[in-house]
Design a protein around this ligand. Structure first.
Ligand code: NAD
Ligand code: DAU
Length: 350
């Protein structure tokens, strides 16, 4: 059945991969990419699909109920896949209110428009909310996050995402809005803004600049290649059971230090540098306040119920990602000009 899908945050990192995947794979689905183009949004990331007939970009803010309502009317929207968010933990520590406004108020605004526009006509409707494993808090050396792990968010970012998840479930239970939620682990891959660990390190390794590792470097993340994530989203969207939550992970736990070392060695090899050259750039810096120690997803539910598993090992994914950044230095130079340098200096040099 054809779907008319509003993808919010489709100019961001994961959203752009999702837009590309849906526009190409489902030429019968009209895809409306709705994005405010904040510092994290970059429409250049979709230059390869922007001429396709089933794709349209609309610039706007998810808190603008009037504009969102007009899009529902104009495009007969029957699904929302909601990525738009402030997504960086460090920025949430500096500017928590921005996260409440976009992640909480923005999500509620979208839910309310969907509820109003769809009314009782809920056949073939879906509000799919993209969330994070950070809502579950921090793990010790053992254990995994499952779908019913109690929420325990610990940063302003994760608190705002937890709140948005609760509102999505509340609209389902109170008003019967058809919803899906997935909570995933750390994504990486092409087109990621270099404020997040992997692209920031690749950029600095290329430029032979210090590699700022927070604290002791032993915090652990579970790395998920973005294209694996998008395939999981496709499966959840088409086959997920209404009202359910699915955890999506990469089965690729690494300490930050091991990951940074792997990036150093891979880039050095590709650039023909001497072995160990970039590892010497690692610099331990002040820890992130409230830094969660370990995240790890148990992705058995999505595997057993919907048959999805990640394809990439982190080694394969890093190879591909590094190759992409080395081939797309212009994209990287563009994204790191101007505002980025101010952010970088404030975060790392003050
Ligand atoms: P991103 O920061 O790269 O992109 C966010 C996008 O949202 C940008 O294009 C930005 O312009 C847009 N946006 C921000 N505020 C907006 C507003 N008020 N109105 C409309 N658009 C707005 O984020 P990402 O890494 O692609 O993450 C996408 C989603 O996935 C987020 O909801 C995030 O919480 C979630 N998530 C991300 C990861 C990860 O590792 N990146 C992991 C788990 C969950
Ligand atoms: O777990 C999912 C989450 O992953 C998403 O919900 C967030 O949107 C996404 O930003 C990401 O959050 P993290 O805080 O885990 O990602 P980040 O890339 O900022 O940091 C990854 C780890 O690397 C973390 O332990 C902090 C550390 N780090 C990060 C940066 C930017 C450093 O040591 N140095 C750095 O310069």
């Amino acid at each position: 059945m054809t779907k008319s899908i509003l993808i919010t945050g489709g100019a961001g990192f994961i959203g752009s991969h999702c837009v590309r995947h849906f526009v190409k794979k489902y030429p019968d689905y009209p895809i409306i990419n709705f994005d405010a183009l904040t510092y994290a949004g970059n429409i250049e990331s979709l230059s390869d699909v922007d001429n396709l007939p089933n794709y349209e970009f609309v610039k706007g803010d998810i808190r603008d109920a009037e504009l969102v309502s007009s899009l529902f009317d104009k495009h007969n929207i029957d699904s929302v896949i909601h990525f738009a968010a402030e997504s960086h933990v460090d920025r949430s520590i500096t500017n928590p209110i921005d996260f409440v406004e976009t992640n909480v108020l923005g999500t509620c605004t979208l839910l309310n428009v969907a509820k109003t526009k769809w009314g009782d006509n809920l056949d073939n409707k879906m509000f799919y909310h993209i969330s994070t494993d950070e809502v579950y808090g921090s793990l010790g050396t053992t254990g995994y996050f499952v779908e019913d792990t109690p929420y325990d968010p610990r940063s302003p970012y994760s608190a705002s995402k937890a709140s948005s998840d609760h509102f999505v479930r509340a609209y389902h239970h109170t008003y019967g809005l058809p919803i899906l939620i997935s909570n995933c682990s750390n994504n990486y891959g092409p087109y990621q803004f270099p404020e997040k660990l992997i692209p920031l390190m690749i950029n600095n390794i290329i430029k032979e600049e210090p590699l700022p590792v927070y604290g002791d470097g032993l915090n652990i993340r579970d790395w998920l290649m973005v294209t694996d994530h998008v395939e999981a989203i496709d499966v959840v969207y088409h086959q997920g059971k209404q009202g359910e939550t699915y955890n999506i992970g990469g089965n690729n736990e690494r300490t930050n230090l091991d990951l940074v070392h792997a990036l150093c060695d891979l880039v050095d090899k590709k650039l023909g540098r001497e072995e160990g050259h970039s590892r010497s750039l690692v610099t331990f810096v002040k820890d992130r306040p409230g830094h969660d120690r370990r995240y790890a997803i148990d992705a058995e539910k999505i595997k057993n119920d919907l048959g999805w598993e990640p394809r990439y090992t982190v080694e394969q994914g890093l190879e591909e990602t590094i190759a992409w950044y080395l081939e797309n230095t212009e994209w990287l130079a563009h994204i790191t000009s101007g505002e980025y340098q101010k952010y970088y200096d404030k975060q790392y040099k003050s």
